[in-house]
Design a protein around this ligand. Structure first.
Ligand SMILES: [Cu+2]
Length: 153
């Protein structure tokens, strides 16, 4: 009886592992990554969490309202050439699909001077010249350097 119950448990965990594998394969195909906009996180105050996201071309990043009074906007001088750019509204969730490989610098407009920035890497892009843009606010420049060093870029 014990053995039979153990066999059933093992079978059920096998089935559940199989369905999880199928689910994660499907998620990889049409990837979406969630980023929280927060007053405080693992890397300090006024942060995107995570502050570095690696995705494949065609994947989507959803910026979620973790705390109030934040937004997500692309930094015009820190995106691949030809990227249209985006500016999310304060306190609004926004989803952006990144088709073009490259590095993208993202900021929160109200907290840009406080260093609220993040990096999105699409594909296997290397760090281009002038990334980060040395003219961004000093606190943001410092955080960009931290993020890039931590991410091995
Ligand atoms: Cu903010």
């Amino acid at each position: 009886m014990m053995m039979r119950s153990l066999a059933r448990t093992l079978f059920l965990s096998f089935v559940s592992a199989q369905s999880m594998l199928v689910a994660s394969t499907a998620a990889t195909r049409a990837g979406t990554v969630d980023v929280q906009m927060l007053n405080r996180g693992a890397h300090g105050t006024m942060v995107f969490e995570p502050d570095f996201v690696q995705i494949a071309p065609g994947d989507t990043v959803t910026f979620r309202v973790g705390h109030k009074s934040h937004n997500a906007a692309s930094i015009a001088t820190m995106v691949p050439e030809g990227f249209a750019g985006f500016t999310g509204k304060i306190n609004e969730e926004i989803s952006i699909t990144f088709d073009q490989p490259g590095l993208y610098g993202i900021k929160c407009s109200p907290h840009y001077t406080m260093g609220m920035v993040m990096v999105i890497r699409v594909g296997d892009a290397t760090r281009p010249e002038g990334f980060p843009d040395p003219s961004v606010p000093p606190a943001s420049l410092k955080r960009f350097e931290e993020i890039l060093a931590r991410s091995g870029l």
